[in-house]
Design a protein around this ligand. Structure first.
Ligand code: SF4
Length: 532
C-alpha cells in the first residue's frame, strides 16, 4: 500500500484562488530525549515545539495514542489532540545509514517511508534537502525504512540494495499524527555501520539535528494551501522538440558518440539526459574527431563554422531551428542588396553570433537605444533591422522604434523575427503574473527565452525566479505566498513543471488552474539525414 501526503488537485469551475493557510507553528516529533534536546536547542521560532515520543514504533504509537493524535485509533477521532495546535510536522531524530556513502552527521530527508507493509510518499523532500544543503548541511533526499528492531549488516545491505538510504525504528508510526497537515522527515545518520563508533557518530548526528532545526522552521513557514496558476503555452517549442529528436535519432541511427556543437538547446536537464545516452557536447569543432558526426545546435552557426566542418570532412546534421535559419536568410538578402543590417539582440548569445557571421561586414549588433544613437551606417537610407528570435517583445519594440525614428526609411524583416514560441510564452506569463504573488519559471540560466519570462513577470510587478528544477526553490520565497504562477521556457522539459507542482504539494494542498492564452500547432520536419 502506498499513500501520498498531501496531494495536489486540479481546479474545478468556479474555484477561486484560496488564501494561503499559513502554518500555525511547527511541531517536531523526536523519539529520544537527547534528540529532542538537540532539536530544541536549534529552534528559533516561539511557535515551534518539540514532542518526545519514545524509542521504537510501539512506544511511539502509544505516545501518540495517549496524546489523542493517532488517527488510527477510532475512539479518539474528533477529540482534540494533546499535541496542541500546529500547522506542519517534522519527524526529527537519528538513524542508521544504509547507503555506503553516508557518514555520521549526514542528513536524510525522506522521499518515502516504509515499514515493509505501508509506504508513505512525501513529495517535496528534494525542496527541504536542497534548503538544508544551502544552509551548509550535508543533506540528501531518499527512502527511509522503519524497522522493528536494530538490524545487522546483512539486513542493512539488503535495504541498501532496495534503494533505501537510512533506517530508523519510529517514523512510520509517527507520520499519522500529522493528520492531513504537511509533514517531513529529517533523520541524521549516527551509525552507518561503516564509519566511526556510536558515540562520535551520535555526537555528529545531534549536531546536525540542531543545525537542521531552523531549516525545519523555514520549511514550516513555507507550508500553506496554494493555487498554482499554470501559464499556457509553456515548455518545449517546435524548434526545441525537433533539435532534441535530431540528436536522439542520430544516436539511434549512427550510434554513440554523436558530437553536438554547443548545447543542443539551453537546458541543463536536456543536455544531461542526452549526454547519458551518448551525446558529447563540445564548444568548438576542433574537439570533434575527424570523420565523426556533429550536430549543430538549435541556435544555428555562422557560415565559417559550416566551412570548417566541411574542410574537416565531418558529417554534419543541422538542428538549427528553421525560424533561426529564416533570420540568417534575411541577413544574407539585406547584405546582398547593400543594406546595413542592425541586428537587435544580446552580445555573446550563440544565435546572435551565428546571424552576425552571415554578413559580418554589413551587420551591426544593437542592444539598446544608446547603440542606435551610435550607429553610423554606410548609407543612412539603406538600413534594415533583424532581431534575435528570443527577445523580450516589448523591449525589442523599443529598440526597433528608436531605429525607425533615426532611419525612417528602414526596412523591416518580412515577418516577425521574435518567434511564435517566445511571443506566446511571454503573453502567457504576463496573464498569470497579474494574479500571482510569485512566478516560478522553469528554465536554465543561459536560456534567453526563459530569462525573458522572468523579466516579463517582474515588469508586471510580480517577483519571479528562474529555476532548473524544484530543488532550486528557496523556501523563503514561498512564505506568505498563496498563488504561485508557473511557466517554463521553450527549452525546459514539461516534466520539470510536474516535478515543481509535486514538490509544492509537499507543502500543502495545491490547486492547479491552467490559464491558456493561445494554443500552438507548429511542427517542423526533420533533416533528411535522420529521416527513417
Ligand atoms: S524558441 Fe523559437 S527560434 Fe528558438 S527553437 Fe524555439 S521556435 Fe525556434
Amino acid at each position: 500500500m502506498t499513500e501520498t501526503i498531501p496531494q495536489s488537485r486540479t481546479a474545478e469551475a468556479g474555484d477561486a484562488p484560496e488564501p494561503g493557510a499559513t502554518s500555525a507553528g511547527l511541531l517536531v516529533l523526536a523519539p529520544l530525549r537527547f534528540e529532542a534536546k538537540a532539536v530544541r536547542r536549534g529552534l528559533r521560532e516561539p511557535a515551534s515545539r518539540v514532542q518526545r515520543t519514545g524509542m521504537g514504533a510501539t512506544r511511539a504509537s502509544k505516545a501518540l495514542r495517549l496524546a489523542g493524535a493517532d488517527p488510527r485509533t477510532p475512539e479518539k477521532a474528533g477529540e482534540e489532540s494533546k499535541l496542541g495546535p500546529f500547522g506542519a510536522m517534522v519527524v526529527m531524530g537519528t538513524a542508521g545509514g544504509v547507503a555506503a556513502d553516508l557518514k555520521p552527521g549526514d542528513l536524510v530527508v525522506a522521499t518515502e517511508v516504509s515499514d515493509g507493509t505501508t509506504t508513505v510518499a512525501l513529495p517535496g523532500a528534494d525542496l527541504l534537502a536542497a534548503e538544508l544543503c544551502r544552509a551548509g548541511l550535508p543533506a540528501r533526499a531518499g527512502k527511509i525504512a522503519t524497522v522493528p528492531k536494530i538490524i545487522k549488516s546483512a539486513e542493512r545491505a539488503e535495504l541498501a540494495a532496495q534503494g533505501y538510504l537510512a533506517v530508523d525504528m519510529e517514523t512510520s508510526a509517527l507520520l499519522g499524527a500529522a493528520n492531513g497537515r504537511p509533514v517531513a522527515v529529517i533523520r541524521a545518520v549516527s551509525d552507518s555501520g561503516f564509519g566511526p563508533g556510536m558515540v562520535t557518530g551520535g555526537i555528529a548526528a545531534l549536531r546536525s539535528l540542531r543545525r537542521a532545526a531552523p531549516v525545519a522552521e523555514l520549511w514550516a513557514a513555507a507550508c500553506a494551501e496554494r493555487t498554482v496558476l499554470l501559464a499556457g503555452p509553456r515548455s518545449f517549442c517546435a524548434g526545441v522538440e525537433r533539435a532534441i529528436e535530431i540528436v536522439e535519432r542520430a544516436l539511434e541511427l549512427r550510434g554513440a558518440p554523436v558530437y553536438v556543437r554547443k548545447q543542443i538547446v539551453h537546458n541543463t536537464r536536456v543536455v544531461a539526459d542526452l549526454e547519458q545516452r551518448g551525446a558529447v557536447f563540445v564548444d568548438e569543432l576542433d574537439e570533434v574527431p575527424d570523420g565523426a558526426t556533429v550536430v549543430f545546435s538549435a541556435h544555428g552557426v555562422s557560415p565559417a563554422v559550416r566551412d570548417t566542418a566541411s574542410d574537416r570532412g565531418l558529417s554534419v546534421i543541422d538542428a538549427t531551428c528553421p525560424l533561426v535559419s529564416k533570420v540568417h536568410a534575411e541577413a544574407r538578402r539585406f547584405a546582398r542588396e547593400g543594406y546595413t543590417v542592425a541586428l537587435i539582440g544580446h552580445a555573446g548569445h550563440e544565435e546572435v553570433e551565428g546571424t552576425l557571421g552571415e554578413a559580418p561586414d554589413s551587420t551591426v549588433l544593437v542592444q539598446t537605444a544608446a547603440d542606435v544613437a551610435a550607429l553610423s551606417p554606410r548609407d543612412p537610407s539603406k538600413v534594415a533591422y533583424l532581431m534575435q528570435t528570443t527577445l523580450a517583445v516589448d523591449e525589442a519594440a523599443d529598440v526597433a522604434g528608436a531605429l525607425r525614428e533615426r532611419f525612417p526609411q528602414m526596412r523591416a524583416p518580412g515577418s516577425d523575427d521574435i518567434c511564435y514560441a517566445t511571443t506566446n510564452r511571454q503573453a502567457a506569463v504576463h496573464a498569470v503574473a497579474a494574479d500571482a504573488d510569485l512566478v516560478l519559471v522553469a528554465g536554465s540560466k543561459n536560456s534567453s527565452n526563459s530569462v525573458r519570462l522572468v523579466e516579463r513577470s517582474e515588469r508586471a510587478g510580480t517577483p519571479a525566479y528562474l529555476i532548473d528544477g524544484a530543488s532550486d526553490i528557496e523556501l523563503s520565497w514561498l512564505s506568505g505566498v498563496s498563488v504561485v504562477g508557473l511557466t517554463a521556457g521553450a527549452s525546459a522539459p514539461p516534466a520539470v513543471v510536474s516535478e515543481i507542482i509535486t514538490a509544492l504539494s509537499g507543502l500543502g494542498t495545491v490547486t492547479v488552474t491552467e490559464r491558456v492564452t493561445t494554443t500552438e500547432s507548429v511542427q517542423f520536419g526533420l533533416p533528411r539525414e535522420v529521416r527513417r
